[in-house]
Design a protein around this ligand. Structure first.
Ligand code: FRU
Length: 495
């Protein structure tokens, strides 16, 4: 039975979704059907399609009581909206259906696990959110909440675990048919931990152990975990809140964290070997992964930043928030690599190549422009010249605006800067990252899709993502060097 709350959301999104022209949205990055979008949820393959749900408030371009929006795709690039899947309509989730995940039950039904939120008035007059884990069962379009919800609450947690910060379950089935789920939580020390739960059938859940503990190392609360095997290692992704910077690896605020290590399936112990950021740009959070039909591990994140997301879109624009590109993951030299989903190449048109261009001062090249492009740039010092001091690519450019990526080889620092993108708010517009290069040789691949840039460095060793709302007429691209750079450029339009 569709509740009144869900029925209203479905009616609203159907009516108002149509009023947003396609060219006012990103082209191949998923944006909400109407209103607000944050985290990807329930990213999975079900009944012959990829399903991506998302944190959703259809009625406004700001965060509000969370619903789950829903879209499906065959290639992860072209999405079709389905009706909203969940609405906050039960006593145990009346203030929000927060993030979670999905799996297919042996009988073919689709099982969603999500966090139910209920605000609780505190003695000091403030409010805290009690968070529990809940289930919904469905057929890929319509979902019915489980009659025994919530299936995990504070009664199933060890002493000291917060009942307020307990969210974002990721669930999977083991080879022996039993189920596991992990969720973010705060232990007594107030920092983050990822808890592991087991279930014989996916419906009845028991606490097992802490899979990973923050101990105040990287941010505080750890949100939105994902856990999977990749190239012989185990990867735990999570999104820490309240970080302080650590060199150029982690920055202030909410960020993303990848722990790489080993997992003993017998003892269910995860041994962390290394940690790194997932994305080094400005806008990326709460990623989830799916295993594609041909065995690739593909990740999509919310291409936004909690500290800057309330400063731009107005109600008139009709939508706010978008997902990142789907990125293929691998581990090379102990690090997480990301490359754009290879199917993106089928959207390439109008190949333009410029080889061995000498860049000194500012250079523009024939046919190198656009806001929906895939462009690879390889740079090196010009033969016979000293190492250049700085190289930059400016894009989304006209007389008024540009966004840039600039590289100083002597510092090994790559900077993304959208100060001149047209923003009128004093929010974060720059971020710097250490990158590897051999005496000034660097490879960059930029994907632009109207309102965003994702820069893949050195074949996916790092990625820097940022949204930009520059007028679409600003589609110029130029290259700048302080010193002399030798450069190859291959550019495609993405259509
Ligand atoms: C992360 C997050 C999740 C939560 C959701 C609420 O971006 O805070 O932890 O489930 O957003 O919308």
């Amino acid at each position: 039975m569709t509740s009144q709350t869900l029925w209203e959301a479905r009616k609203y999104e159907e009516a108002f979704g149509k009023t947003i022209p396609p060219q006012a949205r990103p082209d191949f990055h998923l944006s909400p059907r109407t209103g607000w979008m944050n985290d990807p949820n329930g990213f999975c393959w079900y009944k012959g399609k990829y399903h991506l749900f998302y944190q959703y408030y259809p009625y406004d371009t700001h965060w509000g009581p969370m619903h789950w929006g829903h879209a499906v795709s065959e290639d992860l690039l072209h999405w079709e909206y389905l009706p909203a899947a969940l609405a906050p309509d039960e006593v145990y989730d009346r203030d929000g259906c927060f993030s979670g995940n999905a799996l297919t039950l042996p009988d073919g039904r689709h099982l969603l696990m999500y966090t139910g939120v209920v605000r609780e008035r505190q003695a000091n007059g403030g409010c805290n959110e009690v968070q529990t884990q809940c289930l919904a069962i469905g057929d890929g379009v319509d979902y019915v909440k489980y009659e025994k919800n919530p299936v995990l609450d504070e009664s199933g947690l060890p002493e000291g675990c917060s009942r307020y910060d307990f969210r974002d379950p990721k669930l999977w089935q083991e080879e022996d048919g039993t189920y596991r789920c992990i969720a973010g939580n705060r232990p007594a020390d107030g920092s983050g931990q990822i808890l592991l739960f087991t279930s014989p059938d996916g419906f009845e859940w028991y606490y097992k152990k802490a899979l990973a503990e923050n101990h105040d190392r990287i941010g505080k609360m750890w949100e939105c975990p994902d856990f999977f095997q990749l190239d012989g290692k185990w990867v735990l992704l999570t999104s820490p809140q309240d970080m302080v910077p650590l060199g150029f690896e982690y920055h202030n605020g909410n960020g993303t964290l990848c722990l790489i290590g080993d997992y003993d399936k017998e003892t269910e112990d995860f041994t962390e070997e290394s940690n790194q950021s997932v994305d080094y740009g400005i806008d990326f959070y709460a990623p989830q992964t799916v295993l594609t039909q041909d065995g690739r591990r593909v990740m999509i994140g919310w291409m936004q930043n909690w500290d800057t997301c309330n400063h731009r879109r107005t109600q008139e624009e009709g939508w706010f928030g978008q997902m990142s590109l789907p990125r293929e993951l691998s581990i090379r030299n102990g690090r997480l690599y990301q490359t754009p989903l290879r199917e993106l190449e089928s959207m390439r048109r109008n190949k333009t190549v410029h080889k061995n261009v000498t860049v000194t001062g500012s250079v523009r090249l024939d046919d190198i422009r656009g806001r929906r492009i895939d462009m690879e740039v390889v740079i090196r010092p010009e033969e016979g010249c000293d190492l250049y001091r700085k190289f930059a690519i400016r894009f989304a450019q006209n007389d008024l605006y540009h966004t840039s990526l600039s590289f100083r080889p002597s510092e090994s620092v790559l900077k993304i800067d959208r100060k001149f993108s047209g923003s009128r708010r004093a929010i974060i517009h720059q971020r710097r990252s250490k990158v590897n290069h051999q005496e000034g040789q660097l490879k960059l691949r930029l994907i632009l899709d109207r309102f965003s840039v994702e820069a893949f460095v050195n074949d996916g060793e790092q990625v820097l993502s940022a949204v930009l709302y520059t007028d679409q007429e600003a589609e110029g691209i130029s290259f700048l060097a302080d010193g002399t750079v030798n450069m190859d450029v291959v550019k495609y339009d993405l259509i």
